[in-house]
Design a protein around this ligand. Structure first.
Ligand code: ACO
Ligand code: ZN
Length: 226
């Protein structure tokens, strides 16, 4: 256990004197004692938030060789609801969301992917919605333009002004940085479609992503086309 924590701390990448921790995502200067201390604290809180100790009652909605997906509902025992909140907070801080409130907290379903090391490496929050605005296809970026990559990836999405019916809104989807590109988001979304409404398998048209980030848009585009 000590070893795996240590491994995660050492995995940062040096860049311009500042280090980005590859697990908690904090950018700090390792040479600065204050910064170093702040990071150690933040890092520990992050690890505590994603640690899963096991519950008396857990709602397993899917199982895989590399983990399982739990569903947490608003009326579940306090320890489960609190864990879902902690993980949501981790996701929100990475997404840059300021507040942790959900638009309809009593109807939100939180899916968590627990890996074999008992870490919550994925979180997806699904909420009932009635309509959504489709994100319109972007024109391919002009290769001749020497546009800053950041600007390119963060430009505003164009949304259709015509609302379309939808059933399930994905208000957040997050996967631990070191566990990405292992289909964890895909599997959480498949599970959400299957279990969001009892007895019905939602189509890809019936789900909508709220305010996708650049990563979220790449994922959503791939998911919805396959
Ligand atoms: N760049 C390019 N393609 C991507 C990316 C990416 N960063 N992420 C996913 N895809 C595409 C790929 O085609 C991928 O298939 P492949 O790996 O076989 O090529 C496919 O989507 C499926 O990806 P998954 O492995 O299922 O996705 P992952 O588990 O890595 O999670 C997620 C994707 C949730 C977007 C993750 O990158 C993440 O947590 N990012 C930071 C938080 C974030 O931006 N979340 C989305 C916010 S939007 C919202 O919450 C509504
Ligand atoms: Zn860290």
């Amino acid at each position: 256990k000590q070893d795996s924590d240590q491994l995660i701390i050492d995995a940062g990448q040096k860049q311009f004197g500042a280090t980005t921790c590859s697990s908690c995502g904090m950018i700090y200067s390792a040479d600065n004692p204050d910064d170093h201390f702040q990071h150690t604290q933040f890092h520990q809180r992050f690890l505590d938030s994603i640690k899963y100790v096991g519950w008396k009652k857990e709602r397993v909605v899917d199982e895989f060789w590399d983990g399982k997906i739990l569903l947490v509902l608003p009326d579940d025992p306090k320890y489960a609801v609190r864990k879902a909140e902690d993980v949501r907070r981790v996701a929100d801080s990475e997404l840059g969301f300021q507040q942790v409130t959900l638009s309809r907290p009593m109807q939100a379903k939180t899916y968590m992917f627990i890996n074999t090391q008992r870490l919550v490496v994925g979180c997806l929050v699904a909420e009932p919605i009635r309509q959504a605005y489709r994100v319109l296809e972007q024109p391919a970026p002009n290769k001749d333009m020497t546009k800053d990559d950041f600007m390119e990836r963060h430009r505003a999405w164009c949304c259709s002004t015509v609302p379309e019916p939808a059933v399930c809104g994905i208000s957040r989807v997050w996967v631990f940085s070191q566990s990405r590109r292992q289909s964890i988001a895909t599997r959480m979304l498949d599970t959400a479609r299957r279990t969001f409404i009892y007895g019905s398998y939602l189509t890809k048209e019936e789900i909508a992503f709220s305010d996708p980030t650049p990563d979220g848009k790449l994922f959503a585009t791939k998911y919805c086309n396959t």
